[in-house]
Design a protein around this ligand. Structure first.
Ligand SMILES: NC(=O)c1ccc[n+]([C@@H]2O[C@H](COP(=O)([O-])OP(=O)(O)OC[C@H]3O[C@@H](n4cnc5c(N)ncnc54)[C@H](OP(=O)(O)O)[C@@H]3O)[C@@H](O)[C@H]2O)c1
Length: 420
């Protein structure tokens, strides 16, 4: 018998406890040993919850209990779970977590501390999709050329509604909050930070890159508005919050931001709250993963897969995918050296000479226009919506600040990258 303590019996923790009970027969058969959720730790013991597992609010007592084999950390946060997980590992207990924020900051310290003690975290990236397993084990023969993911269901739900139904950002945010898809403070999701945490974990497994959130480009979907949707629809694009990891020579691009992407790409068809990830390996080619990125049962399914794996194999694959240093010596590409195509939304005064000025500023920064449309905004102003050919990130920022300084635009331009 393998005894499991669940630290945090909320949405995911309760599902883990219940699935271990409901699917006990198949789980025992697959693991070859009975897995028993022995105790759950919560903050508030008086809260009513739909579980039969015994509960406590004494974390230390659980960590000190030598009969507990596996600590399943499902409380959320960063520093408190870091402390708990360290204590568990120091006591020699295996750990399973779904906590991407913890791993975004502490995955390398924890890997070192864990050593030969099993530490698994499948649910931390894309909830129920077994992407860690796929990337770390299934694709291990490959140099990973790129990872492109839709890994935040809240943003994807909002953008799908905006594109398909023409709903504006504020309306869809409110609706998402009412449906429970977005938090009261939605910044973590709509600002791209949640997706960035997941990207950093995948970046480590694919490339051995130790990056922190502050090292990479992170932008959210807050500035997307109706004219951008019109432009997307007019030119067969959809808009997605994409997490991108790409190998360019000996550099790795790691970035999270909204993109215009052709509606014909497979990943563009990942709609609503679903997640999707495309991974290109140099030998296997493109592989695609699709499924629920959140939800109690879907996430618990991945957590339990890790528990069963520990029951079967003890320490299996190295935590972050490498048994020794990656000799490729890859580095993170500086944010302003990224090269891609861009979309710009400029609000301009609708008068003679403005277009010429804009073309001059773009030209001086080595930016050439690919497509352009103008739409009336009010009696005196118009929206100029344009896409560029491939250019360098620092040039687009320079051009945007020159456009603002020269007063040819009446408000700050909106820039969205185009993923080809
Ligand atoms: N929800 C998802 O769909 C999903 C998907 C993928 C990954 N995850 C990750 O899974 C983890 C858990 O998420 P969740 O949605 O299940 O969270 P949740 O519903 O908020 O549950 C958190 C649980 O932790 C307990 N807790 C928090 N702080 C505690 C403390 N200091 N001492 C004792 N107990 C404490 C809470 O106790 P009370 O119940 O008493 O408040 C609650 O039971 C997070 O790291 C999250 O990022 C979640």
């Amino acid at each position: 018998m393998l005894k499991v303590a669940i630290i945090g019996v909320g949405t995911v923790g309760a599902s883990v406890a219940n699935i271990l009970k409901d699917n006990k027969d198949i789980i025992t058969a697959r693991a070859g040993i009975e897995i028993v959720p022995t105790i759950g730790v919560v903050n508030d013991l008086s809260k009513k919850r739909d579980v039969t597992i015994e509960l406590t609010n004494d974390i230390d007592k659980v960590l000190e209990d030598d009969s507990i084999d596996i600590i399943v950390e499902l409380m959320g946060g960063i520093e408190k779970p870091y402390e708990i997980v360290q204590k568990a590992l120091l006591k020699g207990k295996s750990v399973v977590t779904a906590n991407k924020a913890l791993l975004a900051y502490h995955r390398y310290d924890l890997e070192k501390l864990a050593g030969n003690i099993p530490f698994e975290y499948e649910a931390a990236v894309a909830g129920g999709i077994p992407i860690i397993n796929a990337l770390r084990d299934g694709l291990t023969a490959n140099h990973i050329q790129s990872i492109r993911g839709i890994m935040n269901g809240t943003c994807n739900y909002m953008l799908t509604k905006m594109i398909n139904e023409g709903v504006d950002y504020d309306t869809i945010l409110k609706e998402s909050q009412e449906l429970g898809y977005a938090e009261a403070d939605p910044t973590f999701d709509v600002g791209g930070f949640d997706a960035a945490h997941k990207l950093l974990i995948l970046g480590s497994i694919a490339y051995g890159i130790d990056a922190k959130p502050e090292d990479i480009l992170i932008e959210g979907i807050q500035d997307i508005d109706t004219p951008d949707i019109d432009f997307a629809n007019e030119f067969n694009y959809t808009i997605k919050l994409l997490t991108i990891a790409k190998k360019i020579g000996s550099q790795i691009e790691l970035r999270v931001h909204p993109v215009f992407i052709s509606k014909d790409e497979m990943i563009s068809k990942v709609d609503g709250v679903m997640n999707g990830i495309s991974v290109i390996g140099d030998k296997v080619g493109e592989t695609m993963y699709y499924g629920p990125g959140a939800g109690g049962d879907a996430t618990a399914s991945a957590v339990i897969a890790n528990i069963v794996d520990i029951a079967r194999r003890g320490k299996g694959s190295p935590m972050l995918g490498f048994e020794s240093d990656n000799k490729e010596n890859l580095t993170i590409m500086p944010k302003d050296e990224i090269e891609t195509k861009y979309y710009l939304r400029l609000r301009i005064e609708d008068k003679v000479g403005v277009l010429a000025k804009i073309a001059t500023i773009l030209g001086e920064n080595e930016i050439s226009i690919e497509k352009m449309i103008q739409k009336p905004f009010n009696k005196t102003c118009a929206h100029l919506l344009l896409s560029t050919h491939t250019c360098i990130e620092k040039n687009i920022h320079k051009a945007i600040s020159q456009l603002e300084n020269s007063k040819v635009v009446t408000i700050k331009p909106v820039m969205i990258r185009i993923e080809d």
